[in-house]
Write a protein that binds this ligand. Sequence first.
Ligand code: SF4
Ligand code: SF4
Length: 262
Amino acid sequence: MIQAIVSLGGLGLVFGGILAFASKKFAVYVDPKVEAIREVLPGANCGACGFAGCANFSDAVAAGDAGVADCIPGGSDCAGQIADILGMPKPEEGVKLVAQVNCIGFGEAAADSFIYDGVLTCTAANAFFDGYKECKYGCLGLGTCAQVCPFDAITMKNGKPIVDPELCKACNKCVTECPRGVVSIVNYNPQAYAVLCNSKDKGKQTKIFCQVGCIGCGACAKVCEANAIAMEKGKLATIDPALCTVCGSCVEKCKRDCIVVP
Ligand code: SF4
Ligand code: SF4
């Protein structure tokens, strides 16, 4: 009797060990962001997002193949929660999110440090001595963002990426794939001004590298009566599109010409 109990217990231990090993060895990795997105979706599996169900949609939105606001039954609450999970700005009620390229330093405006003759993608160019521009934060203009956009919302014109707000679904793919971190997702206001510079250099250096780079002097913030411009120490000026009244005072005051309508 004791012998039977011991041998059964031994078998249990062996099989338990095998099962524990197999569950570790063959475990399928699930991105925690995908799981978090699944939890905030309504779970209706209605297909209104264009995917077979909520599970497929959560995979797609985490991979940047769908927009955060594409779940129709979830509405703006759900879109806000997904944006939080993906580290994007929350869409304002009734406002569309779009991608914005935060650099206008093209051609003569932004100096090159050497002639690049390699593979014509931004990723390859950036891997070669941090890119051929003096400014290490500016757009390289080789169109990696346009190539990865699943919605053909970015076209390259004379080396500048142009975002079509009608086609952009704010899926974040261009943001994650741009090796320079030049693209961000913003609340779309077709009239509001924006400071289109991504430089993290000191103002003095930016002045040398680029004719249209923001030097963080704060002149724009001082003249803005709507208090729409924020100056964070050591950072660039940022304009809140929801507060901007498009009066144009900042544009007149800025000596660097880096405030434009995107
Ligand atoms: S300084 Fe600003 S505008 Fe000029 S290239 Fe760099 S990121 Fe672009
Ligand atoms: S925004 Fe980024 S990915 Fe797009 S062209 Fe410029 S450097 Fe390349």
